[in-house]
Design a protein around this ligand. Structure first.
Ligand code: DQA
Length: 143
C-alpha cells in the first residue's frame, strides 16, 4: 500500500470559512499539507483531488485506478445520494475508506445515510482532519 488517492468532494474547497462550527477552521490546503507530511513519514505517495463535480471525481477514479493501491475519499454531500460514485468505487475495486470531518451519525437524518459505505472497507466520521489520517492508516494496515 504505497500509492494512495485522497479525494475531497463538493464544497470542501471552502473549508476554513465554511460553517466552522461544524467543519473547523483548517483550510483544505492545510489538511492536504498535514496528509502529505504523514505520507512522507510513512513512505507513501499521495495524489490529491478536490472537485465539486461528481463526474470529475468518477473520471479521476477511472484514470488513476491502475496507479493507486487504495483510496481515501470524503464524498461530502455525494455520500448521501450518489449511486454513480458508489458504482465507480465498486467498479475500480480499490480498497477505499470513506471519511468525514463531522460526525454524520449525529447530524440531520439525511446525513446518517451513506450509499457509499457498503463498498468501502471502513467509514470514519467525526474526527476532523484526523478522519483522513485514520483513513490512510487503515489502508496501511490492510497491506
Ligand atoms: C461531510 C459531511 C457531509 O454530510 C457534507 O455534505 C459535507 C462534508 C464531512 O466531512 O463532515 O460536505 O462529508
Amino acid at each position: 500500500m504505497k500509492k494512495i488517492l485522497v479525494m475531497h468532494g463538493p464544497n470542501l474547497n471552502l473549508l476554513g470559512t465554511r460553517e466552522p462550527g461544524i467543519y473547523g477552521t483548517l483550510t483544505l490546503a492545510e489538511i492536504n499539507r498535514r496528509l502529505r507530511a504523514l505520507a512522507r513519514k510513512e513512505g507513501l505517495v499521495l495524489r490529491v483531488l478536490q472537485s465539486n463535480s461528481e463526474g470529475e471525481l468518477i473520471d479521476f477514479l477511472h484514470e488513476q485506478r491502475r496507479w493507486a493501491d487504495g483510496v481515501v475519499i470524503n464524498p461530502a454531500a455525494y455520500t448521501h445520494y450518489s449511486y454513480a460514485l458508489r458504482d465507480a468505487i465498486a467498479a475500480v475495486g480499490l480498497p477505499t475508506v470513506e471519511v468525514h470531518l463531522s460526525d454524520i451519525r449525529e447530524r440531520e437524518p439525511f446525513r446518517r445515510v451513506s450509499v457509499i459505505k457498503d463498498v468501502c472497507v471502513k467509514q470514519i466520521s467525526g474526527k476532523g482532519w484526523e478522519s483522513y489520517a485514520d483513513g490512510i492508516r487503515t489502508l496501511m494496515a490492510l497491506a
